[in-house]
Design a protein around this ligand. Structure first.
Ligand code: UDP
Length: 244
């Protein structure tokens, strides 16, 4: 896959359709693949978190989840085709999974949210072979249970960087052909959280929508991350290539 260097991270230069094809091919190939959705906050965390850095650098693919990543690529003179949010990919992959009869696993969210999503997806025809909420203590036992259920697609909705850490630490033991961290997507599907209107999404303003609706502490954190990201990019800073 052709990639673009976005301040030290190799980001795949595919449009939405290209990403779906690429990720379907991962499932067909088998093995264990981790797809990462990169936004400004994650990029900022990478600079100071060696484990997260190692996990993201060794992921099978990284897509530009946030508009900040697309801007940074454009600023560097190596534009990406478009922003491809993890939430959109998760939805497209669930559809593909239904058509292609994939075994699907879900990990994360609060129990009632997960329960609602399990009901919705089962009704839609998904073959759910594993589902567990995201408030567990024994991560190794969860990973073993996933390995035993043998999903072909696993969506991990633990928030970031919790999802990346879980995937990075347990991917080899789980042997799932395609694993994605999907943030708060299950909450959106269950109806407890809303995405920005399409118009705002297309204008690259989903982050502003999310900020406006978020609690004060999260608003402040996201604002700080966005400012840090913009300042670091303006200074030409990069994520180190070496894991530590
Ligand atoms: N979540 C979870 N386990 C946890 C923390 C969070 O399953 O220990 C879920 C949470 O219920 C939600 C998703 O992760 O469905 C994203 O949470 P949040 O929006 O807090 O993520 P963040 O802001 O940390 O990315």
């Amino acid at each position: 896959m052709q990639t673009v260097d976005v301040a030290g991270v190799a980001v795949g230069a595919l449009d939405a359709g290209g990403w779906v094809d690429h990720l379907c091919a991962c499932v067909s190939r088998g093995g264990a693949h981790h797809h990462v959705s990169l936004n400004a906050a994650k990029w900022v965390a990478l600079r100071t978190d060696p484990e997260l850095r190692r996990i993201v650098h060794s992921a099978t693919s990284v897509a530009a989840d946030g508009v900040g990543i697309v801007w940074a690529a454009r600023l560097a003179g190596t534009p990406l085709p478009q922003r491809v949010p993890g939430a959109d990919l998760a939805e497209a992959l669930i559809r593909q999974g239904i058509v292609r009869s994939w075994r699907v696993g879900l990990l994360g969210a609060r129990p009632p949210v997960l329960q609602r999503v399990v009901e919705q997806l089962s009704t839609a025809g998904a073959d759910l072979v594993f589902a567990h909420h995201g408030y567990f203590h024994d991560a190794a036992a969860i990973a073993d249970a996933i390995a035993g259920a043998r999903p072909e697609l696993l969506l991990v909705a633990l928030g970031s960087p919790r999802a990346e850490r879980f995937i990075g630490r347990h991917l080899a033991r789980m042997q799932v052909p395609l694993v994605l961290g999907v943030g708060g997507t299950l909450d959106v599907w269950a109806g407890g959280a809303r995405r920005a209107p399409r118009l705002a999404q297309r204008a690259g303003l989903e982050w502003a929508w999310r900020l406006a609706l978020s609690p004060r502490a999260r608003f402040q954190r996201a604002l700080v991350d966005t400012v840090r990201f913009a300042a670091a990019i303006a200074r030409g800073e990069r994520v180190p290539m070496e894991p530590s």
